[in-house]
Design a protein around this ligand. Structure first.
Ligand code: FAD
Length: 478
């Protein structure tokens, strides 16, 4: 009988734990050819003139691929690393290693699925099958209590039905040994410069975490957050925090890159509930993972509507005539609204922003400044270390009021939010040292200070820190 060789095409599933394509390929073949392609399209400019992948996430990706290569080497295998389009590279490798089938995980957003379709066509010419697996969500598509087309658009209905009628599958085992062809030419990890970056990202001491890509680090972070620091038991109380490593899990970057499986996180929560405590915090974290699933399934259901200005609604939100100028100030943390600028500085410097911060800056851009929400989503796409299409565009559409389940309440009162979530102004002080002398009561509204106070605090509004872009007290929001 002829030998069977399966090519495992890694994309956003950069792990060996709970990875069905890897395990299934090991079970079904004599040899595995594991491949990762750095697709140049991932590093191009978008139609919004933003980068598809900013520097911080590019570094995280390189680290993740490098870690995957090491993990595979420890199992007796290796990873072929190439720079180029998968639809060009995979057919070549198929011929070089006499591959009999190619496995990959199906994506949901249109650019990614188009690439799969192109790969499928190229392989079809060689009479090779591309097998699609489903492996990015907590709940498997086939275990949902409804077909994709009937998934409720309202999150709460979606959640309630799933919690009542579906279960999370167990994780897949990690293979103990992987056999690769003897002559496998694995190739080296590209440098950032080969991907078009002229510099290395600088680590900012104020970052919530010193992020490093890869499943090793992702699993380490999970162990730290759950078991070493016992932070999970307080998640519900701390999740709206702004400063530090442990107010929330910070799993998102690893989950988005597929270094950490949401199912693995879920079952670790269950273990924690058995061994430590089961409370509203442990439930709260699985609840958030369900939001992630929701946006992914919504993408599957509604496709490209998430990239359109009017989303699911008949009309797009109103836009200001000077929106370009507003957008520049927002991006560059120069709105003169300290809570917004602090969050944007954190994003620009570290690639991360808390969920509270994201909701506020998004609402401010769309509802107060009346800037096209697609620009904001594209900017996040470039900057976020944890960017993933469904979570980014889905959340933006939701905040903009054009997504599914969008209620009018997503207009945040930024000043109230700043007072509620940063009452002492510590977060603003951390990111805007130039106004750090202003006392707690006034730091969120420096424009209310008298000339005398301003000079006492050594601040010149309009020079050292901008005057506010809007008179927020005139803007009606809840
Ligand atoms: C405008 C906007 C854009 C966003 N863009 C992204 C994005 O590109 N990628 C991304 O992973 N998250 C995105 N989020 C969701 C959320 O802000 C982040 O997942 C979260 O802040 C990451 O921190 P954490 O891992 O500590 O989250 P935790 O609070 O610890 O939550 C655990 C996990 O649940 C998932 N999750 C939590 N909240 C959401 C949510 N609202 N939507 C989807 N998944 C969620 C994430 O995987 C997260 O790691 C966005 C939110 C907003 C408002």
């Amino acid at each position: 009988m002829s030998e069977k060789t399966i090519l495992v095409w890694f994309r956003k599933d950069l792990r060996i734990h709970d990875n069905e394509i890897l395990l299934e390929a090991v079970r079904k073949s004599d040899y595995i050819v594991p491949v990762y392609c750095f697709d140049p399209r991932q590093f191009e400019l978008t139609s919004y003139q933003t980068k598809k992948t900013g520097l911080i996430r590019a570094k995280f990706l390189l680290e993740s691929v490098s870690d995957l290569k090491q993990s595979l080497q420890q199992l007796g295998a290796d990873l072929i690393i190439k720079v180029g389009k998968p639809e060009d590279i995979l057919p070549e490798l198929v011929q070089q290693y006499q591959v009999t089938e190619v496995y990959h995980h199906r994506e949901v957003a249109s650019e990614e699925t188009r690439i799969s379709a192109d790969v499928e066509t190229a392989l079809w010419r060689l009479k090779i099958n591309l097998r699609h697996f489903i492996g990015h969500t907590l709940y498997h598509k086939e275990d949902l209590p409804f077909p994709i087309k009937d998934i409720p658009d309202v999150f709460t209905s979606f959640r309630k039905k799933i919690e009542r009628d579906s279960t999370v599958r167990p994780c897949f085992e990690t293979p103990s040994f992987i056999k690769i062809p003897e002559n496998l030419e694995s190739g080296n990890l590209p440098e950032l410069s080969e991907l078009g970056y002229q510099e290395e990202p600088q680590f900012d001491e104020r970052s919530v975490l010193s992020y490093k890509g890869g499943e090793t680090e992702g699993l380490k972070r999970m162990n730290n957050y759950f078991w070493e620091t016992d932070s999970l038991k307080n998640y519900k109380q701390t999740r709206n925090g702004l400063i530090g490593a442990n107010y929330s899990s910070k799993f998102s970057a690893w989950i988005s890159m597929g270094c950490l499986s949401p199912r693995e996180v879920y079952w670790e929560i269950k273990k924690y509930e058995k061994e430590r405590v089961a409370n509203d915090s442990t439930y709260g974290l699985s609840f958030e993972l369900l939001w992630r699933d929701y946006f992914r399934f919504m993408f599957k259901k509604h496709g490209n509507k998430f990239f359109q200005k009017s989303g699911f609604k008949g009309s797009a939100p109103e836009e200001a005539s000077n929106q370009q100028e507003f957008f520049e100030l927002w991006k560059n943390a120069k709105t003169g609204i300290p809570f917004i600028d602090a969050n944007m500085r954190e994003l620009n410097a570290t690639g991360f922003m808390s969920n509270r911060g994201r909701q506020n800056v998004a609402s401010f851009l769309v509802k107060d400044l009346k800037v096209n929400w697609l620009w904001g989503a594209a900017y996040f796409e470039e900057k976020l270390i944890d960017y993933c299409p469904a979570s980014d565009w889905g959340n933006w559409a939701y905040v903009a009021g054009v997504g599914n389940d969008s209620k009018e309440y997503s207009h945040f009162n930024v000043l109230k939010q700043a007072q509620d979530y940063d009452p002492q102004g510590e977060y603003v002080r951390l990111w805007l040292p130039e106004i750090a002398n202003i006392p707690a009561g006034l730091i969120h509204q420096p424009w209310l200070l008298t000339e005398l106070d301003l000079s006492a605090y050594n601040i010149k509004l309009g020079k050292i820190y901008p005057l506010p872009i809007l008179d927020l007290l005139q803007v009606k929001s809840r």
